[in-house]
Design a protein around this ligand. Sequence first.
Ligand code: FMN
Length: 199
Amino acid sequence: MSTGKLVVGITGASGAIYAQRFLIHAARHYKEIFLILSDQALQVAHQELGVKLDRKSFTLKDWLGEDLPNIRLLDSRDYFTPPASGSFRHDGMVIVPCSMGTVGRIAHGISNDLLTRSADVCLKERRNLILVPREMPMNVIMLRNLTTLAEAGAQIIPACPAWYNRPGSLEELADTVVARILQNLGIEDPLQKQWMAEE
Ligand SMILES: Cc1cc2nc3c(=O)[nH]c(=O)nc-3n(C[C@H](O)[C@H](O)[C@H](O)COP(=O)(O)O)c2cc1C
């Protein structure tokens, strides 16, 4: 049964636009989103999107262009928050984009902050965990870590945008990845275009 609650992590892999687009779309489908940012996520978002660097002055409006009241920003060092425990029921977690550092920590059970702990909880509770890694090229350690996570039940959706529907903007290109994340969460959204299907 759906709880209408989703946990979202953002890490310091390139592709802050994927996080931005995913949150805007996911906020239309979920009652409540619990958002956790790594420190490095802010650095990369500052570089790529120009969002404020300072955690204290940073607001979601900087990132999303609008305030979305159903998104609750959590402190990545605070374990006194719902997703830190398996007793809190939610529909799963998406980490978008997901750095190779975070992939490695989750694959080896090193839950050293709220983000990696929340992912650990999803795996132990057999809940949906979707990782959107971005790196190129990948070394064999990264590939093994991703395989370990897939074997543990995570869904790996690499940030590989699709070109076949001829995206006309960066947002449309990023949305080809967002559509696949939503599809794998079981969410129907107009972003999803089915290849060669009747409209
Ligand atoms: C501009 C920039 C781009 C980066 N891009 C990537 C990337 O695409 N993939 C990746 O795994 N790490 C990337 N990194 C490195 C991560 O930010 C770094 O490994 C960091 O420790 C990840 O920490 P986190 O997982 O806690 O966010 C990038 C760093 C910077 C500054």
